[in-house]
Each structure stands twice: as C-alpha cells, then as structure tokens.
Design a protein. Structure first.
Length: 408
C-alpha cells in the first residue's frame, strides 16, 4: 500500500539553521520524494519525534497541520485512482499536487458519496487522535446513510456525480427527509434537524473543494432556515426540587449527581464524562477550576468549581478514573424522566437541559456577564450565548426594576 514518510535534509539548512522537510512516497517498490515547502531546526525535529509528540509551539502545530493535509491530499488522489482501476503514477500525482500542470487524470467523475467517504475517513482519524468527538462522527455517518437511502429509493442509483446535483434534486432530498424518511419507527425528520443535515452535507462538499476534488458546492443552493425555539432549562425552584430530593434507588441518585454536576459547570455530556483529576487546577488565590477544551469545537472552556460541584467530586473521588460516573446518554435521559416524574417537573428533562440551566438560572440569572458565560460554555461566538439571555430576559427584568423604583 501507499506509504508516506517525512524527513529533513540537514545539509540544505538555511541561514536560520532550519532544514527543509521532504516527503518520501512509496508504492509497490517505487518511490518519489518531494519538498513540502516547510522548514524546522534539526533539534526541534528530533525533540518532537518528527512532530509526532504533542506540540506546544504554534509554528510547529501549523507545520504538522500542513503535513497532515498533504498526506490526506496524496492519499485521496491515490485512492480515487485505485478505486477507478486507473494507472497509478506517483510522479503524476506529485505534479498535480504541486500544480505544475493542469492536465487532470482520466478518471470517472467523482460522486457525492465518494466525497462523503473521503471526508468521513479523514474525520475518523481526527476522532482516533482525540481531535473530534465520536458523536460528531456518528452524525456524519447518519448523514451519508440518509443520502444513500434517498438515492436508491427515489432515483434507483447508488451514487450521483456532484455536478449533476440540481435544485430539483435538493428540493426532493429535503422533501424526502421531512416527510418520508424512516428511523426507529418514526416517519419524517423535523425542520431543524433537516436544516442541520443539509449543513452537514455542505460541510462535506466544502471538504471536497478544499482537496480540489470538486469545483463548487451544490448544497449552497439550499436556503432552509432554523426555527428558533426557546431552550428548555430549570428554574431555581425546579433545580432545588431535584437537589433536595434523596433517592433510595442508587441509579437515580447517581444520575441526579451527574445532572447537577452539568447544571453547575455547563459542560455538555461528552465533555463532562471525560473529565478527570488532571482537569482540576488551583489558581493563585487557591480557587479550584476545571480546565478543558470542548470536544465538539476544540474551544477552551474553563469553569470555576462551585460548592455543589466540589461536593459531587468528593463523593465520587477514587471510585472511578473520571470526576463523575460514566453512563450512556440514552440511559441518562431515560432515568431523568423518572426523576422528573418523582419531583413533579413537567418539562422534558434531558442531560442537555443541565447545560441550558447553567447558562440561564445559574449564571445569567445571577448577574454573571454575558461574555464570561460565553467563555465558560466554550461558545465560538457570543451570539450563541445571547440566545440564552433573550430566553431569560434577565437584563430586561433588571432594567425594569430600576424603572419601577423611579416611578414608585
């Protein structure tokens, strides 16, 4: 199979004592070399184990990302040739990648599902190295499966060339997802989920553009909009009902603690269940913090340890490797419905309600500034957090209190 190894040529070091990084590509006893255009000192190359270790320096992270991209690009073009039984010439692939000519290899037109496969294979690698979450990978698998079912059911085909995707195709796909698709006994997918699936389709095709596999994104024609819904969260009274309730059934007591942990930290399930003692640090004032990056986005989300969180951490200390017990999302939500019934809470209680409760009742409702809430929740922009502020209307309430005082 194809093998790619990166090495440096120390004899060609520049005035900054940096050596050029080369790639050696081998297949069936034949090999070629090519310059990556990147440079690094011999000391740093050896110290980082050829950039395989965890990197701290931003420049080295950029170099590593560039090499990974080159590997992915070469493997993609190689696999397409292999799949289409075309003649594999490493030098021709090299020339195409370097852009030294515009002659395209004579291969079959790339299909939509080919793009999906290439994207998902790349995403699998990211999950393997902890860069993205398994849950996100499942979302991409599911998106591809839906397209496969649609193509077979509506067009009686197993794939479709990307350039043949028309506005009619996109309309038919949207209609199929909304009204005809079946999953676990349910027919049809709600609007917001359909819009998110199309966003996933668009992401996959943008990946294809990035690798020069396609020229334009056919899903750019889609104009579906999310229907804004208020996030479900618990009021202080409802939260106290759960917190003050002692459950005689062990599994419910455990689920209660996990739920409260997320209520007072704001961590999503995938982030909360992976926290360990390594994520706990004390600042210069002796205050304890949970330090981590969100698995979904990779954005830093640091949260101070509030007293209820401290109690839960102490309760489960040394009982498992993680800060809180692990439980599947499905079981968690099923047991939360039991807890809601016992506590007389009519809202649809899920694990994600805890994250919404942190944003509203715990933080914004107690005067924590919007930008600080956004930082603790690991949001990529403050607009995501503003949604919670609108739901709570805390700033409106505070301003009206001042106005009431003036009129009284």
């Amino acid at each position: 199979m194809l093998k790619i190894i990166y090495f440096i040529k120390s004899e060609k070091s520049n005035s900054n004592d940096e050596c050029p990084i080369y790639a050696k590509i081998s297949y069936h006893g034949k090999s070629i070399t090519m310059s990556t255009g990147k440079y690094i000192t011999k000391e740093r190359w050896n110290f980082t184990n050829h950039l395989r270790n965890t990197l701290k320096i931003q420049k080295e992270k950029v170099i590593k990302a560039s090499l990974d991209s080159l590997t992915m690009l070469f493997e993609t073009k190689f696999n397409l040739l292999l799949k289409n039984n075309a003649n594999i010439n490493l030098s021709e692939i090299k020339v195409e990648i370097l852009g030294k000519n515009q002659v395209k290899p004579k291969t079959k037109k790339i299909g939509l599902l080919d793009i999906f496969d290439i994207h998902n294979n790349d995403f699998e690698r990211k999950v393997k190295y902890g860069e993205r979450s398994p849950a996100s990978l499942q979302k991409y698998y599911r998106a591809k499966d839906l397209v496969v079912i649609f193509l077979r059911k509506k067009y009686k085909i197993d794939n479709i060339p990307v350039e043949k995707i028309t506005g009619a195709f996109i309309h038919n796909l949207e209609s199929f997802l909304k009204y005809e698709s079946e999953y676990k006994g349910r027919v049809g997918i709600k609007n917001n989920s359909v819009v998110k699936y199309f966003k996933t389709f668009k992401t996959m095709c943008n990946f294809g553009i990035k690798l020069d596999l396609i020229v334009k994104n056919p899903f750019s024609k889609y104009d579906g909009k999310l229907q804004k819904k208020d996030a479900t969260f618990l009021t202080e009274e409802e939260l106290n009902k759960i917190e003050n309730r002692v459950f005689k059934i062990g599994r419910l007591e455990k689920v209660k603690d996990i739920f409260l942990f997320s209520c007072y930290t704001g961590y999503a399930p995938i982030d909360a269940e992976n926290l360990t003692s390594k994520n706990l640090i004390s600042d210069n004032h002796g205050d304890l913090w949970i330090i981590t990056d969100r698995i979904k986005t990779g954005i830093r989300a640091n949260v101070p340890v509030l007293p209820p969180v401290q109690r839960i951490i102490e309760k489960y200390r040394h009982k498992q490797e993680t800060l809180i017990p692990k439980i599947s999302n499905q079981k968690m939500n099923a047991y939360l419905k039991e807890i809601a019934d016992i506590c007389g809470i009519t809202k649809n209680l899920t694990w994600y309600v805890a994250r919404h409760t942190f944003a509203t009742t715990i933080t914004l409702g107690n005067g924590v500034r919007l930008e600080n809430v956004s930082a603790m929740m690991g949001h990529s922009n403050i607009k995501q957090t503003q949604h919670y502020a609108k739901v709570l209307d805390s700033s409106v309430n505070n301003d009206m209190k001042i106005l009431k005082t003036k009129f009284s």
